[in-house]
Design a binder for this molecule. Structure first.
Ligand code: CO
Length: 208
């Protein structure tokens, strides 16, 4: 993308929106009431809004390398708190993607400096699921499965927060795990079965 064309593109976009509704930005400026919080990867190919057909105001968005939800990440924790408690979203989506560079890097032994502590979260996912992953002989299939399991574990990390637990009890807030397939453009719902994966461990993280 040519950096010099951005402001020109912006002008075109503004006139398109105003063409549809002269009050478009006036209404947008009034406030937001998004229904979903989307947590995804920073990867430039995985556009949060465009692939969901979402428009401005539809989704509160948080993106980082490999769509991680770390309990020590003040940014992610603040986003979840604000979205759940103040915006009162009813759905939280954690969306990973096949071909994720962050997940790939975590499958290798390379020292990546400042990225090491971040990617260690994915190595921990690998450790938790090592029996299943090590039983997959094909590296590409194993890589895809780690992408899925990483989404699953990040969904569990979302559920570990007190705000989410309270919103679940109060209004049935739901946490969805999805994967975007860059090769086909399709979104896949992993249909995570929390009753099964949290069996015997739910009480460890339960907060009143
Ligand atoms: Co990625």
């Amino acid at each position: 993308m040519d950096i010099n064309i951005i402001f020109k593109n912006n002008e075109t976009w503004v006139s398109e929106k105003l063409g549809l509704d002269p009050d478009y930005f006036k209404k947008l400026a009034e406030g937001q009431k998004p229904e979903v919080l989307y947590i995804g990867c920073s990867d430039s190919r995985v556009t949060a809004e465009e692939m969901m057909g979402a428009t401005p105001g539809d989704a509160f968005v948080h993106r980082n390398i490999a769509n991680l939800v770390s309990n020590l990440d003040l940014s992610a924790m603040s986003v979840i708190n604000y979205a759940v408690v103040y915006l009162e979203v009813n759905h939280i989506i954690v969306c990973g993607h096949y071909g994720c560079g962050g997940v790939k890097a975590a499958m290798q032994s390379k020292d990546l400096g400042i990225l090491n502590p971040w990617l260690r979260n994915i190595r921990d996912v690998y450790r938790i699921h090592r029996n299943e992953l090590n039983a997959i002989p094909d590296e590409e299939v194993r890589y895809k499965r780690l992408v899925e399991l990483n989404v699953q574990e990040q969904c569990v990390n979302v559920i570990k927060t007190s705000d989410v637990q309270l919103a679940y009890r109060k209004r049935g807030l739901t946490v969805h795990g999805w994967v975007f397939d860059v090769q086909t453009g399709k979104l896949i719902d992993l249909k995570i079965d929390y009753d099964t994966i949290l069996k015997g461990i739910r009480e460890i993280y339960h907060l009143d």
